[in-house]
Write a protein that binds this ligand. Structure first.
Ligand code: UD1
Length: 417
């Protein structure tokens, strides 16, 4: 198993270009199940494990997938299956998104219930309630959910703006002739990217990016081409790494509006963040002021940047707090940060961070994707050497992270076991 060896204390400088968004690419790849024509997707972070798993899932369902660089072509040359294999679903929770398109098209689908994961239970009740509101019946067999009876367009209201449930229902609605309205929908930019793709396939989607999404679907959706949006979470992680190392970094390719919640907090903490059409330039000198954050659905402070933010606040000149409102146990990184000298107290969904003057390198272990990113940010800023184990967690969401960081001055290398 790979580890990253990081010699900390080098300020990041130069320009880093962000990759295509994993979280946008996943539902868009799955949307290709809505058509029997070919689809061409560009700017796909195709090396990421979750993207490779999604391609395998599409193949298991009957698609043919060709990936070259950041282009993925999804072809159809045989009938689709409506049963998703457990060995793939258990490895990636987003697989549950195949339920929407397959159920809407074929009136029957069988999908294993994805288990919990390190950051929480992650139930799918909101997805299921949405399908039930559109007429689905469900039964449970051997840990699989079977949904049947033809869906009809209609009206759905979520109790919480779940990103995955919004996507799943949009994917279903796109295949249903007539109007489906989703209320209290998630507003994340990835939802807008999915809407744009569904639009180019021939569905009519309005309101994506607002709490009310309307989808006018069609039984015959076309193949389409799409360029996946830039990864705002990767961008945010690079911004924090730049600030934590006292660097001056251009993070290019990302839409500044997509990371505004972070930008505003970073400015309050003392970083200089300049927005432009090309991306964001971040520079920072010295230790940050302590600034507290509370995570919330978009446009609030993203839960996916909570851990990297905490890593930076470990160096603040005083005490700050983090309140995690989206996932119930997303503080696994705190104990590992403590190994590097951080002073963090946890109480349920709250963390209190007493800033220290410096962190010091140590052998640490990634516990989950963004927790691993936090350790990386801390390691880049720390004095001395850090060995980051279980880097496969980080590889789920950051493409070639070590070469991107090396390109902006960091001393990072990957070693095998
Ligand atoms: C997506 C992102 C993930 C991000 C999260 C929140 C992808 C592939 N992943 O995950 O990186 O951290 O949004 O921004 O896009 N919930 C329920 N019942 C449900 C669905 C969700 O209780 O049916 C809960 C979850 O357990 C969690 C919260 O709602 O506590 C948010 O989940 P959701 O918005 O659905 O996140 P994902 O789509 O899983």
């Amino acid at each position: 198993m790979d580890r990253l060896v990081i010699e900390g204390g080098v300020a990041l400088r130069g320009e880093a270009r962000v990759s295509g968004s994993k979280n946008a690419a996943l539902p868009i790849l799955i949307a290709t199940l809505l058509t029997d024509e070919d689809c061409i997707l560009d700017n796909v972070p195709a090396r990421l494990r979750d993207i490779r798993l999604t391609c395998r899932l599409l193949e298991a369902l009957g698609k043919r997938v060709e990936a070259a660089g950041t282009r993925v072509v999804v072809r159809s040359d045989k009938p689709l299956k409506t049963r998703a294999p457990y060995d793939l679903v258990k490895q990636m929770r987003a697989s549950v998104l195949v339920a929407g398109p397959l159920l809407a098209r074929f009136g029957w689908v069988r999908v294993p219930i994805p288990g919990g994961c390190a950051i929480g239970m992650r139930p799918i009740d909101i997805h299921l309630k949405g399908f039930a509101d559109l007429g689905a019946r469900r039964t449970l067999d051997q840990g699989d959910i079977i949904l049947d009876s033809p869906l009809r367009p209609g009206s759905v209201r979520f109790k919480f703006p779940s990103v995955g449930a919004t996507e799943n229902l949009m994917l279903a609605a796109a295949a249903l002739p007539g109007l489906t309205v989703i209320r209290n929908a998630a507003r994340e930019p990835e939802i807008e990217d999915l809407a744009a793709f569904l639009d180019s396939m021939g569905a009519r989607v309005s309101g994506a990016g607002t709490p009310v999404v309307k989808v006018r679907g069609s039984q015959r959706l076309k193949g389409a081409r799409h360029r996946v949006m830039a990864d705002r979470i990767e961008a945010g992680t690079l911004m924090l790494a730049a600030a934590a190392t006292g660097g001056d970094l251009m993070v290019s390719g990302v839409r500044p509006a997509h990371v505004r919640a972070l930008t505003l907090k970073m400015r309050r903490a003392g970083a200089v963040v300049k927005e432009s059409a090309a991306g964001l330039r971040v520079s920072m000198r010295g230790r940050p002021r302590p600034v507290s954050v509370a995570t919330a659905p978009y446009p609030g402070f993203p839960t996916d940047l909570q851990a990297p933010w905490m890593a930076w606040m470990c160096l603040a000149r005083g005490r700050s707090r983090v309140l995690e409102n989206v996932f119930e146990k997303r503080f696994l990184h705190a104990a590992e940060l403590a190994r590097m000298g951080a002073r963090i107290a946890l109480l349920g969904r709250r963390a209190e961070i007493e800033g220290v003057e410096r962190l010091s390198g140590a052998p640490v272990m990634a516990s989950d994707l963004r927790g691993g990113a936090a350790l990386l940010v801390a390691a880049l800023a720390a004095r001395g050497r850090t060995e980051l184990a279980r880097v496969y967690h980080v590889d789920r969401g950051y493409e070639r992270v070590e070469s991107k960081l090396r390109g902006v001055g960091a001393r990072v290398r990957r070693v095998g076991r």
